[in-house]
Design a protein around this ligand. Structure first.
Ligand SMILES: [Zn+2]
Length: 419
């Protein structure tokens, strides 16, 4: 019996989403939740079943495996990476996947909570999926297509390759990572040991999109200090840092440079924590821009606003601390144009229109790029990530799998170290 591309992708996906792999912020352990390893162990079992001999999970929860080359000539070793965890924002426990066969184009009311309605009017991509099988959760949890769709697509692609020895390929490696959703997916990932020259994360949304660009991101902490004094005798002596910080926040741009007022290629500054008392008040920011220079300017602007603020509160002052989060991966990927070009060709081979896309966020790939591994991000077909209205089309999952197989075919034709 011939094995088709995507033949096992749905059954695998439905199996993986049953594992609660929610990661969490502020955990002292790695991975942040032990339960993520349960899916990791299942994946090791499945990869061994596909005869990937070195399939293993390490103490951090990283699952890796190798599909040996079936050709003599040397070609670049290529990796495919997806993350096992789901977002801390919405529960991923007891996911009850629903398959809406032969989608008619109407609203989909999710059976577990009738307030959760997937409307084509609010989901332009859904309108294009009439006739497809649409998978959702039941409205009480997320689905977990982010990123178990990516995991299932990679495993199915590997299965397809193992059952089609006539398809020539070099060494292919796969990796499944924990804790991506809490920004730590590759924190302990050993790039050298993984041993690939180029990689692709399967963690994007709309099919055909090749994500070659992320924000550059920093976190900034401003601490305002006042002068505490007994309130009964505080005349001309007390300086309340809460008021200093409030005045500072009030001066922040409102109609621009904010997440709620920007889109596309425009960055922002975003205060997300404020805490303190009379003596000192901390304001935490995330800062985003596609250009590093823009990021630096935004930080300078924050500093200038803080300076202006403390001038009107004599004896108050502030400190500012900046920490790098990640940098735009395009700066690395531009040095290896063939990595993105191959992805565009692989999409075209699947009869889809490829499109470069910039992510208003980061990916594990952005960090991997700066760890020495050029890694653009490809679409899984999933939509409405981190939401109870998460959905994915079965046909799109199969296409995403086909794109992985196409990439393997394309790289098998490249002699090593030509780019
Ligand atoms: Zn993801």
């Amino acid at each position: 019996m011939t094995v088709e591309i995507g033949q096992t992708v749905v059954e695998r996906f439905l199996r993986y989403v049953k594992y609660d792999t929610q990661s969490t912020e502020n955990s002292a352990t790695y991975p942040s939740t032990e339960k993520q390893k349960e899916l990791g162990k299942q994946l090791v079992y499945e990869l061994k079943e596909l005869s990937l001999q070195d399939a293993s999970i390490d103490g951090y929860g990283y699952v890796t495996a190798t599909l040996p080359a079936n050709i003599q000539r040397t070609t670049p070793t290529v990796g495919f990476i997806a993350h096992m965890d789901t977002s801390p924002e919405v529960s991923g426990r007891d996911v009850k996947p629903q398959i809406h066969e032969n989608y008619s184009g109407s609203d989909i009311i999710l059976p577990g909570d009738s307030a959760q309605i997937l409307r084509p009017s609010e989901n332009p991509e859904l309108v294009k999926k009439i006739g497809n099988g649409i998978m959702t959760a039941d409205g009480t949890t997320l689905l977990g297509a982010d990123d178990k769709a990516g995991v299932a697509e990679i495993v199915d692609a590997v299965r397809y390759l193992t059952t089609h020895p006539e398809i020539e390929h070099g060494i292919i490696k796969v990796a499944f990572t924990p804790d991506e959703e809490v920004g730590k997916g590759v924190e302990h990932f050993d790039v050298r040991k993984f041993g690939v020259q180029y990689a692709y994360t399967m963690d994007g949304e709309t099919l055909g999109e090749v994500e070659n660009e992320t924000f550059s991101a920093d976190s900034v902490q401003l601490t305002f200090r006042g002068v505490p004094f007994h309130p009964g005798y505080a005349l001309s002596r007390l300086v309340n840092s809460i008021k200093v910080a409030s005045a500072f926040v009030e001066k922040l741009p409102k109609d621009r440079d904010s997440p709620e007022t920007t889109e596309k290629m425009v960055g922002y500054v975003h205060p997300y924590v404020i805490q303190g008392g009379v003596e000192s008040t901390l304001v935490k920011f995330i800062i985003r821009d596609f250009e590093d220079e823009g990021l630096r300017k935004r930080e300078e602007t924050l500093k200038a606003i803080a300076e202006e603020t403390v001038r009107s509160f004599p004896k108050s002052d502030f400190t500012i601390e900046t920490e790098e989060s990640y940098r735009n991966m395009r700066h690395v990927l531009d040095k290896y144009p063939e990595v993105v070009e191959k992805a565009m060709v692989a999409v075209r081979m699947a009869n889809l229109q490829p499109k470069l896309h910039s992510i208003r966020g980061g990916t594990d790939g952005a960090r991997l790029c700066y760890m020495g591994l050029p890694t653009p991000n490809l679409a899984t077909g999933g939509h409405n990530f981190h939401s109870k209205l998460e959905w994915i089309s079965i046909q799109d999952m199969k296409k995403a799998t086909e794109i992985i197989v196409n990439l393997v075919k394309l790289w098998s034709k490249v002699p090593e170290r030509t780019i």
